[in-house]
Design a protein around this ligand. Structure first.
Ligand code: 5GP
Length: 202
């Protein structure tokens, strides 16, 4: 019997890079657990509490920080975002893979954490939009955010893209299907790492 430890797949990239779609699709296929983050940002139309995010007040969020419930947290676009330890630990211990949509500050906190299980599980990927024009088109095309929000996200996106070299893997986004194929290929290869395997034959 061969079993293996779980992977913690951190996925970053600017809004409009397509990273959320990749993470969600992977989770929907059953290949990984989607780590549902906490945020103080108000829900967008169509978003559900507990599925897309745990939507919290700032006070609730700060109480979670004080109680040590968060693996990392960061302020992004003026709102707090963070990962609950409970969305990660029990899964990777059971050999289940976890996928996480996370900004560059949060990813750097996870990389720096001294938890051996997290370090062993960690795989980090930066998803790059093809170019600035396509990024602007994708940010405007979403239709759920105001012009001010889009402008802020464009500025933040360009800042965020400067961090791609901090990640072990970088996927230059092109078309949706090819992006997903390459995303799956990364997970497949990481699952084959001998360091993740527990072979009871020795
Ligand atoms: P959005 O509001 O568009 O859903 O997400 C805004 C940004 O917050 C994205 O860059 C996303 O990756 C990031 N984000 C989502 N969840 C988390 C989290 O748990 N921790 C951190 N640090 N960033 C997150």
């Amino acid at each position: 019997m061969q079993s293996r430890s779980g992977i913690l797949l951190l996925v970053s990239g600017p809004s409009g890079s397509g990273k959320t779609t990749l993470c969600r699709r992977l989770a929907q296929s059953g290949a990984a657990h989607y780590s549902v983050s906490c945020t103080t940002r108000p829900p967008r139309e169509g978003e559900t509490n507990g599925r897309d995010y745990h939507f919290l007040t700032r006070k609730q969020f700060e109480a979670d920080i004080a109680a040590g419930e968060l693996l990392e947290h960061a302020e992004v676009h003026g709102n707090l975002y963070g990962t609950l330890r409970s969305e990660v630990h029990s899964f990777i211990e059971r050999g289940q893979d976890v996928v996480m949509d996370i900004d560059v500050q949060g990813a750097s906190q996870v990389r720096a954490c001294d938890d051996a299980a997290i370090q062993h599980a960690l795989v980090d990927l930066f998803v790059m939009p093809p170019d600035d024009d396509e990024l602007r088109r994708r940010l405007s095309g979403r239709g759920t955010d105001s012009d001010d929000v889009i402008a802020l996200r464009m500025t933040n996106a360009l800042q965020e893209m400067k961090h791609w070299k901090e990640y072990h893997y970088c996927l230059l986004s092109g078309n949706r299907e090819e992006d997903y194929e390459r995303f799956l290929a990364l997970l497949t290869a990481e699952r084959l790492r001998s360091s993740r395997l527990n072979n009871e034959q020795g």
